[in-house]
Design a protein around this ligand. Structure first.
Ligand code: DGU
Ligand code: CA
Ligand code: CA
Ligand code: CA
Length: 195
């Protein structure tokens, strides 16, 4: 989508309970590469919403949801290490990604490191590795759930990567894939960090 202006961010921003970016383009964290040690651009506290934001390179580690959160109409022009990370320790946490899209994630778009359920709906992904990955080597081996509803994927390798040995689940509805072959659900065996 076209932006309404640019905002150079030099330090991680906490969104508080609600942040509307007015469809401005935000950039300036990290180097746009695959280093795991980059800061996020936005931290969303438990229960918070971020909406109408365009993240442009470099966007570091993207958005971190510390608990349940809503990410609405957010667009990543060029995903860096990943686009967003879901981090709650509560199994009842719900993270909603509604609308928006992501391009050019060399590896992962959405990274689920905490517990709970990630719902991704009405979302577009282009030219990426995995749209979603339940962490395969985090120190806590939660069961993680993902629901995808209304996904358009182009030239993307995998929609969901889950760890079946930890009881992860993935549900799919209204999925359209175009371009090179796409695996809908890739099943892994998770191995906790340090083992
Ligand atoms: O223990 O190193 O790639 O959050 C965590 C792992 C790794 C994470 C993940 C992320 O899975 O760093 O970006
Ligand atoms: Ca990573
Ligand atoms: Ca990229
Ligand atoms: Ca990351």
């Amino acid at each position: 989508p076209s932006n309404t202006g640019s905002v150079h961010i030099t330090e991680t921003r906490n969104t508080g309970s609600f942040f509307d970016g007015g469809m401005k383009r935000y950039y300036g964290i990290g180097d746009g590469g695959q280093s795991e040690s980059q800061d996020p651009m936005f931290v969303v506290p438990n229960g918070g919403t971020i909406q109408n934001v365009i993240l442009d390179a470099p966007a570091g580690d993207g958005i971190h949801c510390q608990g349940s959160c809503t990410i609405r109409n957010v667009w990543w022009n060029d995903v860096g290490e990943d686009a967003a990370t879901f981090m709650s320790s509560s199994s009842s946490a719900t993270y909603l990604v509604d609308g928006g899209g992501a391009r050019s994630a060399s590896d992962k778009v959405f990274q689920h490191n905490g517990a709970g359920t990630v719902t991704i709906r009405n979302f577009q992904v282009h030219n990426s590795g995995k749209l979603y990955r339940a962490c395969g080597n985090c120190s806590t081996s939660y069961r993680r759930n993902v629901v995808m509803d209304g996904i358009t994927a182009r030239s993307t390798k995998v929609l969901a990567g889950i760890n079946t040995n930890w009881g992860d689940t993935a549900r799919f509805r209204q999925i359209a894939v175009y371009g090179s072959s796409t695996t809908i659900c890739e099943k892994y065996r998770g191995v906790p960090k340090g083992s």
